[in-house]
Write a protein that binds this ligand. Structure first.
Ligand code: URA
Length: 247
């Protein structure tokens, strides 16, 4: 009998935690049947305490996101590109503070993110910040002829369509950055029937530390809220994974 998504995720996270012993692991949470998957960077102190992603300061900024989409937090699936707290000693003795992710750490954790995407099968990935975008670029776009790596400064607030396929054993990934179905596609480009959306947003924490980004973040969010109903009306949530092509 096929395992439920919740059971597949539980097994995946058990395996992950087994490989990351000694680290403060926080795995994804939310509705595994959601069509939307939010991907952040890594859990912070509050997330470790509560065992859920985005429950601290940055998470409170996400409340606007849910309000704007008129959905509840537990109706989407929320995870992080790296699932343990990235920390270093702080200035005060015995204190620990968050630190930025290293590229190697993003790559090393991407096996788990890829599995989550395969299991949850979302119609839309919303990346929050550059770390999540780097992880997704590496998984799905790095082999694309059109773009090697996506950068937040160039892609935030744009909906990109892509075709993604993951073989059953998750060892092979195929993708093609096909077009932006909402007006940014190149002339003459054809859209495939089944495509996944990727919508990069700045990280909510970045607007705490960089006030000038707040306006940009809110404009991007408003744009996403404007196109989402359309995308879900025209999209084929059950079908986009049908045409799996494996390299
Ligand atoms: N909390 C998370 O879970 N992820 C982030 O990226 C930031 C805060």
């Amino acid at each position: 009998m096929a395992l439920s998504k919740a059971e597949q995720l539980r097994r995946l996270y058990d395996e992950y935690a087994g490989q990351r012993q000694g680290l403060e692991v926080v795995t994804g949470s939310g509705d595994p049947d959601s069509r939307i998957m939010l991907i952040g960077e890594a859990p912070g102190k509050q997330e470790v305490l509560e065992g859920k992603p985005f429950v601290g300061k940055a998470g409170r900024i996400l409340d606007d996101f849910f309000a704007c989409l008129a959905i509840k937090r537990d109706e989407v699936y929320i995870t992080n590109a790296i699932k343990y707290r990235l920390e270093k000693p702080g200035r005060r003795s015995y204190s620990r503070v968050n630190r930025p992710a290293k590229r190697q750490e993003i790559l090393a954790d991407s096996f788990c993110l890829l599995e989550e995407i395969r299991i949850i099968h979302p119609l839309l990935l919303v990346t929050l910040g550059n770390v999540a975008l780097t992880a997704i670029s590496n998984l799905f776009f790095a082999k694309s002829a059109k773009k090697e790596i996506l950068h937040i400064g160039e892609t935030h607030g744009r909906l990109m369509g892509f075709r993604a396929g993951v073989s059953d054993d998750s060892r092979a990934v195929f993708s093609e950055c096909v077009a932006d179905p909402y007006g940014l596609s190149r002339e003459g480009e054809e859209l495939p029937e089944n495509d996944t959306g990727l919508f990069p947003l700045y990280h909510p924490a970045s607007i705490i530390y960089n006030r000038s980004l707040e306006r940009v973040y809110r404009e991007d969010l408003a744009r996403l809220c404007g196109i989402l109903p359309d995308m879900f009306r025209t999209g084929d949530p059950t079908g986009y994974w049908r045409n799996v092509t494996v390299l």
